[in-house]
Design a protein around this ligand. Structure first.
Ligand SMILES: Nc1nc2c(ncn2[C@@H]2O[C@H](COP(=O)(O)OP(=O)(O)O)[C@@H](O)[C@H]2O)c(=O)[nH]1
Ligand SMILES: *[C@@H]1O[C@H](CO)[C@@H](O)[C@H](O)[C@H]1NC(C)=O
Ligand SMILES: [Mg+2]
Length: 404
């Protein structure tokens, strides 16, 4: 534990002003008054810039569960989580929609998120402060330990790293700055991040590389409670339901009229050749799956990030096999209103309601669809299916079934 003592000496100055234990026994009178007096505090976080939307959703869950679990234990009741605006996502390529930071309400039902964990949108926080400029007190830049298995074991640990070089972007806001940047090597469960938070008595604490801390309990009951609270915005649900009703002839949540496929291409088709099929291989596998599941089905919905030319080829091959092929093609208006992020969610919702779903191996876009199907109560065998490579091994997808 040498690093801890090093750390304590290096933090002696800042710790001296820390009188808040952030801890008291729930149900005790003294506790209630103490908490009432405590100032509201805020945790900000950001994620490694190249990470996509659906991995970011999982990172959100880790932070939201960290907040919610602490409150369940009667602790940290003055801490809130700031929802990081959606900005400059690598996969959002539509050039002509303006590149501004988007609030979570564009995509999610924020009231539902709030019912699970104490979260606020950044613009809500802005509107509470009188100043024109927002200053975060301390930014911890999380970093991996160079060797995760020191002495052959994966210990949960953290350590201040004095060699630190980081340029923060704050979701494109020029009027957000930070007073102090501290780099921290971190490995292990996210609940351990409270130790870092409690190093100072600051009001606004931020973490960069929020993807580094792990879930305390992936797939647990609280994991699913949090996951259920991540409802999409009304607008997106309505758009998807309208499409399903008009094109795929289903009104309920559990449809029997079509099958859906998440056909991930782009970087997956380039960098993961051993995991994804060719276009021909894709149509053959879809055909086989339909014949096996329910040979009466003729409607196939394809969600994809593929190029137009690839989509046309897949469509033609499936048509030749006798299927009706559907894509959600947004109008210019839809695109302006829903943005790339919203269009992708509409694709996901349409996939979620299908009689049978086939996903792409190790795609978080696919994982989020599978989770929503678990929440709706689909038979797991209709959900955990994947496209296989044309040749070679095809591992079965892991089944993360719901825990009630
Ligand atoms: N509209 C649409 N976009 C997709 C589809 N598949 C991938 N994308 C885009 O590509 C991104 C992929 O990144 P991510 O969400 O991290 O998922 P992963 O990379 O597949 O694990 C998504 O967020 C979308 O922006 C799809 O089927 N439809
Ligand atoms: C920072 O600037 C944005 C516009 O770019 C504005 O909406 C926001 O309210 C500003 N924040 C503060 C704290 O004034
Ligand atoms: Mg990704």
């Amino acid at each position: 534990m040498i690093f801890i003592s090093l750390l304590l000496t290096s933090l002696v100055l800042t710790c001296a002003e820390d009188n808040s234990q952030g801890y008291c026994i729930a149900n005790e009178q003294s506790c209630a008054t103490q908490l009432e007096e405590e100032e509201e505090k805020f945790i900000f976080y950001d994620v490694n810039p190249p990470e996509g939307f659906n991995l970011r959703r999982d990172v959100y869950m880790r932070f939201a569960i960290m907040m919610s679990e602490a409150r369940k234990q009667g602790r940290r009741k003055n801490w809130n989580l700031v929802l990081p605006p959606w900005y400059n996502l690598y996969h959002w390529k539509t050039a002509d929609v303006s590149n501004e930071p988007l609030p979570w309400s564009m995509f999610f039902d924020v009231e539902s998120l709030k019912a699970f964990a104490p979260v606020v949108e950044l613009h809500e926080l802005f509107s509470k402060t009188k100043r024109k400029h927002f200053q975060i007190d301390r930014l911890y830049v999380l970093q991996n330990f160079p060797n995760a298995f020191e002495n052959g074991v994966f210990d949960d640990k953290w350590e201040i790293n004095t060699h630190c070089d980081y340029t923060a972007s704050f979701w494109g806001y020029k009027n957000v700055t930070v007073k102090e940047i501290v780099c921290v090597k971190f490995q292990g469960m996210i609940s351990k991040l409270w130790e870092v938070v409690m190093q100072s008595s600051h009001k606004y604490v931020m973490f960069a590389h929020g993807e580094i801390p792990l879930h305390d309990n992936y797939g647990s009951k609280s994991f699913w409670e949090c996951r259920k609270s991540m409802k999409f915005s009304k607008k997106l649900i309505e758009t998807a339901k309208k499409y399903i009703s008009e094109n795929l002839h289903c009104e309920g949540d559990i449809c029997s009229t079509y099958i859906s496929v998440h056909w991930r291409r782009q970087d997956f088709a380039r960098a993961r050749k051993r995991d994804v099929p060719s276009i021909k291989g894709t149509s053959t596998q879809i055909d086989k799956a339909i014949k096996k599941h329910n040979s009466d089905i003729v409607d196939v919905f394809i969600a994809s990030d593929a190029q137009y030319s690839e989509l046309i080829q897949l469509e033609n091959q499936l048509k030749n096999l006798g299927y009706r092929v559907h894509f959600y093609s947004p109008t210019e208006n839809d695109l302006q209103e829903l943005r790339d992020g919203g269009i992708a969610i509409v694709d996901q919702i349409i996939c979620t309601h299908a009689a049978y779903f086939i996903g792409t191996h190790e795609s978080t876009f696919t994982f989020r669809i599978q989770e929503d199907r678990e929440i709706l109560g689909f038979e797991s065998s209709t959900t955990f299916n994947r496209l296989c490579p044309d040749t070679g091994r095809c591992e079965k997808p892991s089944k993360w079934t719901i825990v009630q």
